[in-house]
Design a protein around this ligand. Structure first.
Ligand code: SER
Length: 340
């Protein structure tokens, strides 16, 4: 069978995956997309991809078949169990989030060895990689830099932080081709995402989900029980800016990057400020606070904001949407259409 250069996206049926397919795929795509997920892709996305494979990242035979069939030079490894879900099944989360990532790094390594070019490997990490000891420190810390407070309190956060290290290991230490820096087969690039808010999809199993859930519930006319206190604050970003950040990070020459892992963020409202914005957009919105102690503890351990100056400096991270314009120009018009 003919082998041709292409892009592999895992977790393609998830929130980021669907948005990324729309950006990278289609008839004018630079490289064809091969997508992998345990779920089917929504039918409207199938024309955007060369092949969608239904299967698991834990199935190494399946990954070996893909190595034989395709010449992959870019991997977007998005498949994961999110933070709340992972707390219910920590051992499963570890298998999917860590062993699954190891399988994909091995996949990329084999691909690089077979076609002789570095495989650019995108990995989405998370604010869950941070763990602040208490609320007082969260308030005092200010925007947190990448190396600070790396003490995650959840299985998901521990998985993400460790996989950042795995990426660094493969990129900088494993089977290097020479003593030069950056001589590995894998060109690992990672963003620590804040909470993401999409107008098109609703996440499942995350702990930052209160923001998107609140907005979608109001648009659909449903009562929403918000599971965190109104003063709860973490950074967020609108999905188009998350996709743009991925595309920019993947486009810069490797030498321009001063680090493998970058914080990104766009705005950092409290849950109460989000509820207020939702009420202004949808005056009939019904939002009631009903704190879930376990989820509250998780969000309380995440920074109130992160410092994304390295991303701005090295590859021009510049989110288009702030808190107000994310609602005015993206969320409200798009969501209204969806629930009309
Ligand atoms: N949004 C994710 C979650 O809540 C964090 O990366 O799990």
């Amino acid at each position: 069978m003919a082998r041709y250069a292409c892009v592999l996206i895992t977790g393609a049926a998830g929130e980021i995956g669907q948005a990324l397919i729309r950006r990278l795929g289609g008839p004018d795509a630079e490289r064809p997309l091969v997508t992998l997920d345990v779920h089917p892709l929504p039918a409207e996305l199938l024309p955007w991809v060369r092949q969608h494979v239904i299967g698991s990242i834990l199935d190494t035979q399946l990954l070996d078949r893909l190595v034989a069939e395709y010449e992959v030079d870019r991997v977007y490894h998005l498949a994961a169990l999110l933070s709340t879900r992972s707390e219910f099944s920590p051992a499963l989360a570890h298998r999917v989030n860590v062993e699954g990532t190891l399988n994909l790094l091995e996949f990329a390594q084999k691909q690089g060895e077979s076609h002789g070019r570095p495989v650019v490997f995108f990995y989405p990490s998370s604010i869950a990689a941070y763990g602040l000891p208490d609320l007082e420190m969260k308030q005092r810390a200010g925007p947190v830099r990448e190396e600070e407070f790396n003490f995650p309190t959840t299985m998901y956060g521990a998985n993400k932080l460790y996989c950042e290290h795995l990426g660094r290991y493969y990129a900088r230490h494993y089977k290097q081709l020479s003593a030069e820096p950056l001589a590995g087969r894998i060109d690992f690039r990672c963003l620590r995402f804040p909470g993401l808010i999409s107008a098109e999809t609703i996440p499942s199993g995350g702990t930052s989900d209160y923001a998107p859930e609140m907005i979608h519930a109001a648009a659909a006319g449903r009562l929403y029980y918000c599971f965190v206190r109104p003063d709860t604050r973490i950074p967020f970003m609108a999905m188009p800016d998350a996709v743009e950040a991925i595309v920019r990070l993947m486009a810069v020459p490797r030498q321009a990057l001063t680090r493998l892992v970058y914080n990104v963020r766009a705005f950092a409202p409290s849950a109460g400020e989000i509820a207020q914005m939702v009420r202004e957009a949808f005056p009939a919105a019904r939002i009631v606070t009903q704190v879930d102690e376990k989820r509250q503890r998780i969000v309380d351990s995440w920074p109130a904001d992160v410092d994304d100056s390295a991303a701005r400096r090295d590859w021009g991270h510049a989110p288009r949407y702030d808190f107000i314009s994310a609602f005015r120009d993206y969320l409200i018009p798009t969501i209204r259409g969806r629930y009309a």
